[in-house]
Ligand binder design. Sequence first.
Ligand code: DI6
Ligand code: FE
Length: 436
Amino acid sequence: MPGKAQPRGVLLTWFGMPGLYAGAAYNRRMGTQSRWDGLILGPTLATLDADAGYGLVEDGAMGWKDGVLAYVGSRDDLPGDVDGLADEIIETDALATPGLVDCHTHVVFAGDRAAEFELRLQGASYEQIARAGGGILSTVRAVREAGEDELLRQSEPRVAALLRDGVTTLEIKSGYGLDFDGERKMLRVARALGERFGIEVRATYLAAHALPPEFANDADGYIDAAIGWLPRLHAEGLVDAVDAFCEGIGFSPAQTRRMFEAARALGLPVKLHADQLSDLGGAALAAGFDGLSADHIEYTSEDGVRAMAAHGTVAVLLPGAFHVLRETRLPPLDLLREHHVPMAVATDCNPGTSPLLSLRQAMQLACTHFRLTPEEALRGATVNAAKALGLHDRGVLRAGMRADFVLWNAVRPAELCYWLGGGLAQGVFAGGRRIA
Ligand code: DI6
Ligand code: FE
């Protein structure tokens, strides 16, 4: 993509202004009904609206009404005089992409695990710390102690940070309560965060994350209990999908299967923390339930990849955890490409293995550690991430899709994966409303 010659950074001066022009004559001509709520003029669009390539449109335009994109294309092809087209017009030379979709997070938690980070730097492993009662269980203690308001208060700044760097749809897992009240509290906070920030939050039930102390040595008994809580939480509208941690330090494939059967009985889709530290056949297990995604998958075999391809299960790559744990085993990237398994990228934002507050940064890590191309990383954080959540109304810029988009202070899409840190997003819009 050729760079643009114009200076950047003029965008902010336009935000928050009332419509530049809302003349009565235009109202009459277009009819008030058909005027768009907003129109952005001049950005470079990376629509991702094709099987390959960024779908670039130079000097583009994007109009929306009632939260849905009404026009995406070249400025020259706009239907009619721009002044009459929309109530609010923003002129910019920013780069516009679909809003980012963070399809795997544990962003609701209390406290932090910085002390554990220091222990790991002194040589302790994640598994050793977990087996000694630290790790996930130390966050469980903090979450159980926190009231619902306190949990919300502590989680808010993390969500705000994700939004500021371009996230417009967010998945949030439970899994630090590990009893009925604790799991319910986390899921309620997840829903409250969606309302608080005006974004869609997909809430995932991850009670099968770790074994709580009251069920020590009785993992099957705990799975029975967690299966029992699910219909009640689902009836309260708190669950969109079901996940588990299928791992030596988590739950066995047989226990995971039982949890998935409970999900299927309620019509809930499943996804899985699969093959992160060892190959237990987790990816194939998730695919066998037509899982939305298999996540981590560093140790997934070719059979697992084949099963994912056959069932349309998305591969969710989590380079933040790989980076923080200083892992060396790469996910089977060439096999995923060969078998055309869609790859998504997510933050896995959590206090233990991935205290990562920027999905764009996760894209950067996916390029440096996993050698994704910047285009794969951007697809991974938009269209493929939406697929990993079972959402088909977002992830590309196209008329008819939700008006979720980001205006970036960047000339070319590769910059999104190139800059480490900093704030590139100038404006973040969800359903046509500015959220950051
Ligand atoms: N895998 C992960 O990366 C997170 N959960 C999981 O099953 C880590 C959660 C934590 O350490 O708190
Ligand atoms: Fe995770």
